[in-house]
Write a protein that binds this ligand. Structure first.
Ligand SMILES: [Zn+2]
Ligand SMILES: [Zn+2]
Length: 537
């Protein structure tokens, strides 16, 4: 976490941290790395005593350019229009398409503990005239803008091109218009049928004022103008925008040469790759933010994003792997280390801050949070598959005392996460099923294990007929004592039980497993397993 503290150490004066997003469609989990990084920067600045404002912008005057996101009847009418002017495609009460999709990511940020001091909507700032002075500067310096595009990005705009897009007064599209003249008060625009491939202009043309919401700046200029309008000092962006001659370079050059202001400090960050795929696009399996966020609780999701430095890509493949249990284990390991408990393995540098910034509440008592009892995820995932187990009382016995309310809440969160993980991502071998007939793997029982199972029949019969038939501790004791009496190591004894009932060599605490089953079934299965592999006499 040194990077955030180093950043906080090298700036001075009040800070404005900013990012903005086009509200165009689904939020994918990879796109949440940016907001979490913004939040960490903001917390680090505040911890260092800097007065800090976190802003998040909705670029809702951007044109609609993706057919797939519209209902079929809306495609012809809406393509190329500003997102803020397109009706909500779902009948759920939002004022516009932009508001609908922006709300989805605002909700997601909220759940992740990312709370900007203010969300701003570019459509409102244009309408209020806040962007007018930047539009005027851009038009007055159109030649400088064209030169910047040529030099920085090798993009040649025609000499008549002016850096503003009029919202066509006739068809309402913004993606199809070009401005070719500027007389100091009005611009001459044309709404061209084939300016872009993805939308068709109506052919209107004429002079009009570009101010007060009639026009918007192209993205690179709008970005640079946001820096001036809001006094932005720090703005991270994804690596895709940070390429040489890419968006960031263009906007930085425009900030310096057109709006005459130093651009904010950049913190470029790498992508999250899900199963080897870059999650910056709308394609990808199991990766919409809401789905992964249903499985991984917010603190572990924050942890996933901030454990590596921003410039390191994150490789994460939850599908059919133990990546999610391992994420929890590592979170718990760092928490234990923060709490001063002994942990295995080396600790990453700055692990205390990684843990602290993973917590949802910026004002949380970090030591108290670290010291809490946390149930190991994989063990929990097994336990919840055994019907009737009271996980809270198991947790209390593991902890050695009753759980505190915060620990119970954390346990509930983890139980929900473990259930979702079993449903969505877990490998088959994490799923626990008592086999209806003697599993094939029971043929792997050796003579000692078969003998042990045979010896257990007597105790099992006693238990089955008595009050302890569904008492997990009584079954656990029976297994232990039978093993000890027979000189069998407990590990071998448990392996035998798992093989006989689950067809795998490991499992949850065996006593509880047997206590949940029909006693007669247990006795019969022990008989079958004890006889398995024996040669017929
Ligand atoms: Zn809606
Ligand atoms: Zn038009």
């Amino acid at each position: 976490m040194e990077w955030a503290d180093e950043l906080a150490a090298r700036v001075s004066g009040p800070q404005v941290v900013n990012d903005s997003k086009t509200p165009s469609g689904t939020v994918h989990v990879g796109s949440l790395r940016g907001p979490v990084i913004l939040d960490v920067i903001t917390r680090a600045l505040r911890a260092a005593g800097h007065e800090t404002t976190l802003l998040y912008g909705i670029d809702d005057l951007d044109p609609m350019d993706a057919q797939a996101l519209l209902t079929p009847d809306a495609v012809e009418r809406e393509m190329g229009r500003p997102l803020a002017h397109i009706p909500d495609q779902e009948d759920d009460g939002h004022a516009s398409y932009a508001r609908h999709h922006a709300q989805r990511f605002i909700d997601t940020f909220d759940g992740l503990g990312v709370h900007p001091d203010r969300y701003y909507w570019m459509s409102e700032h244009y309408a209020a005239g806040d962007m007018d002075r930047y539009i005027r500067i851009a038009l007055d310096r159109a030649e400088v803008v064209r030169e910047v595009y040529r030099r920085v990005a090798n993009v040649r705009h025609p000499d008549a091109w002016h850096p503003v897009s009029v919202i066509c007064p006739s068809c309402g599209r913004v993606g199809t218009t070009i401005v070719t003249q500027w007389n100091g008060e009005e611009v001459f625009f044309e709404c061209r049928a084939s300016l872009v491939t993805w939308a068709r202009g109506c052919g209107a043309q004429g002079w009009l004022s570009p101010f007060g919401g009639n026009a918007k700046l192209p993205w690179n200029l709008e970005w640079a103008a946001q820096w001036s309008l809001f006094g932005v000092t720090i703005e991270p962006n994804g690596k895709d925008l940070a390429t040489a001659g890419g968006s960031r370079d263009r906007s930085e050059a425009i900030a310096r040469e057109v709006f005459e202001r130093e651009p904010p400090i950049n913190v470029p960050y790498e992508f999250l790759n899900i199963g080897g795929r870059k999650m910056s696009t709308s394609k990808g399996r199991g990766a919409p933010a809401h789905l992964i966020a249903e499985v991984i609780p917010p603190e572990q999701l924050r942890f996933l994003f901030i454990r590596p430095k921003p410039n390191q890509a994150i490789e994460f493949d939850p599908e059919g792997t133990d990546a999610i249990p391992r994420l929890f284990d590592e979170f718990d390991r760092l928490g234990d280390a923060v709490a001063g408990r002994d942990v295995k393995g080396e600790l990453p540098p700055g692990f205390g801050n990684v843990f602290r910034y993973s917590l949802l509440d910026p004002d949380a008592d970090v030591d108290a949070a670290a010291g809490r009892f946390r149930f190991p995820f994989a063990h929990l995932a097994t336990l919840i598959q055994i019907p009737g187990v009271d996980v809270a009382s198991v947790a209390a016995s593991e902890k050695g005392e009753p759980l505190q309310p915060a620990e119970l809440a954390e346990l509930e969160t983890r139980i929900a996460a473990a259930r979702a993980w079993l449903d969505v991502y877990a490998p088959e071998d994490a799923k626990l099923t008592v086999q209806a007939t003697l599993p094939d793997d029971a043929s792997g029982l050796d003579a000692v294990e078969r003998h042990f199972l045979g010896a257990l029949i007597e105790r099992a019969t006693e238990l089955a007929d008595g009050p302890g038939a569904h008492d997990g501790d009584a079954w656990q004791a029976a297994i232990f004592e039978t093993a000890t009496d027979g000189g069998v190591k407990p590990g071998k004894a448990f392996r035998a039980v798992y093989l006989a009932f689950l067809g795998r060599p490991n499992g949850p605490r065996a006593g509880w497993l047997l206590a949940k089953l029909e006693p007669a079934f247990v006795v019969e299965r022990l008989r079958e397993a004890a006889a398995a592999g024996k040669l017929p006499v």
